[in-house]
Design a protein around this ligand. Sequence first.
Ligand SMILES: Nc1ncnc2c1ncn2[C@@H]1O[C@H](COP(=O)(O)OP(=O)(O)O)[C@@H](O)[C@H]1O
Ligand SMILES: [Mg+2]
Length: 300
Amino acid sequence: MGAPLGSGANARGVTSVASVIALANQKGGVGKTTTAVSTSVFLAERGYRVLLLDMDPQGNATSSLGVDKSALLHTTYDVLVDELPLGRAVAVTDRRNLDLVASTPSLAAAEVDLVSAIERERRLANALATVADRYQVVLIDCPPSLGLLTINALTAAHYVVIPIQCEFLALEGVSQLVTTIDLVKRGLNPSLDVLGVLMTMFDGRTRLSAHVVEEVRRFFPTRIFRAIVPRSIRLAEAPSFGQAIGEYDAASRGAQAYAQFADELLERLALPSPATPASNGRSAAVPSAALNRTGGSTEP
Ligand SMILES: Nc1ncnc2c1ncn2[C@@H]1O[C@H](COP(=O)(O)OP(=O)(O)O)[C@@H](O)[C@H]1O
Ligand SMILES: [Mg+2]
């Protein structure tokens, strides 16, 4: 992680290009999508220009934001496989400052369709390079595997955030993830770094949760975020309303934990305050966004 620089520049010393963060862990159900959705909405509400990229064929981030998959003209698949300019794949989320590149089950075919493609690991990185100046933060919600979709995300990212569930065998598979990150760093993306580890679904009533946090701390002595996300029914309910936790129940413990996480993320990225929070309408970010739906409301 780079040292914070003076105001006006982020941790990488760049003023105008987005910090790209992949939420990765090949285990399913650890909180990748919940973290991606909660954090992107928090940051957008604070005035940062945010792009959320759904790289999981299950499209949970897409549905969690209340976006109707059947009304989408373009998705992550088109960007990766057909090299559609990313700006044209942006879907309407009806949230100020937040753009989404959505995904549907068709994305599963990309793993196969890209096998013989040129620069197959760099498809997302190349696509993002064309829009990086429109955003301050890009969050990539990875699928629960270490296949070509996750490799594309790691190749495109500056940072990885690893959500880990406070459960038995929490660290299982994490060394494989770290090895994969190292391989990508060596071969494809030298600037990739682990920004931190987010402990999720912490249950304060059990000794197990506290034990798991200690175990993970031994593995990543300096990387665990201070924010720890509690197990919370409100977090599990929010997606079915097409809302992020900050919209669904801002006073809940889950919302507070994710707000603290968003603060820490900004701190570790050393991102300057958004210049003009009030005037950064979402349509200003990507004017072509409105093209990417067949019409009607995006509400569920
Ligand atoms: N802190 C939490 N407390 C309770 N339920 C949670 C929490 N975080 C996520 N969930 C729920 O657990 C399930 C898995 O979370 P999700 O974010 O989809 O994980 P992943 O993307 O890693 O597969 C989802 O149903 C989600 O709503
Ligand atoms: Mg997910």
